[in-house]
Design a binder for this molecule. Sequence first.
Ligand code: GRG
Length: 349
Amino acid sequence: MQAVCLSTPAAIVRSSVRGRARSKSVVAPRRGGVPSVRAAAEAPAAAVEASELDFAAYIAEKNAAIEQALSDSVPEMYPERLHESMRYSLLAGGKRIRPCLCIAACELMGGTMDVAMPTACALEMIHTMSLIHDDLPSMDNDDFRRGKPTNHKVYGEEMAILAGDALLSHAFEYIGRETPKSVPAERTLRVIVDVGKCVGSEGLVGGQVVDIMSEGAEAGEVTVETLQYIHAHKTGALLEVSVTAGAILAGAKEEDVERLGKYAQLIGLAFQVVDDILDCTQTSEQLGKTAGKDEAVGKATYPSLVGLEESKKIADKLIADAKDLLKDYDQEKAAPLIGLADYIKNRQN
Ligand code: GRG
């Protein structure tokens, strides 16, 4: 079984773990949810190329299907408050980048949306639970997410922790139970293993831990390599497995899974570089979450380590390299993944 994701661990960060409970946000971001990839892709017709319009139409179609599938994936049932809390965050909007990547990769490799959808939903469940837990008072202590009060602000801390836990376990059950029987069981099993790896101590959780440790570090102690480790694990791993899982479910050849994995690593790092840029250039209203937090807590970011202009150049180069990896595929079929790479670079929230 081929291991997915993740670069070589960077230098160990010498730092003490600092207390994480911080002051509450004072600025209420825009309410009503963050625009999805679809909404963001809908630019005035006169100003965009035909290919951009195709991308907008593709994303609009996928996004509607994703929203419906997500709603169906967590029914309203007993215990009502738990399921309400799970649905509150899962259906709070969000750009749905991970499900879109999963479906687009599956379709590029000859699969269908139906084959990828259970995994696409599971990835969004995992992403959502990581946001719920990240916002907790013991972590980032945030009041707003996706333009709405955070889960613990509405349902209380105990329920927010448990809603996150339930979403995490439901995600794996959902892939195993809902992936169409037409998909060979070994492909589904591989996806479950890969997703597990990308979420655990060698993925998201590992990245979050190094991030927390780095916050207590002295200036200069957090290097670009450490930052890359954090980004590759905390953010990149889930984006990467979104792409590779879609390809695996479609029955892609190993070399294609590998190539698409590299594409995903590059857009994953670009995603976080752009996130760092947006944190210091956008308002809380535009972001739907508290802006300027990185600087407020003294976090090392790309702009703080290499400057804003250099950060933009790095993001541009990562996206160009990612798109270059797709050049040998039928460009019409690869258009969604190309469009998603551009979207990650150009997004405003
Ligand atoms: C996964 C078991 C488990 C625990 C969670 C708290 C934690 C461990 C990890 C933190 C992960 C985290 C918050 C990473 C940041 C990723 C990121 C850049 C999120 C923003 O993603 P967008 O912009 O958000 O796609 P939307 O709201 O559009 O979906």
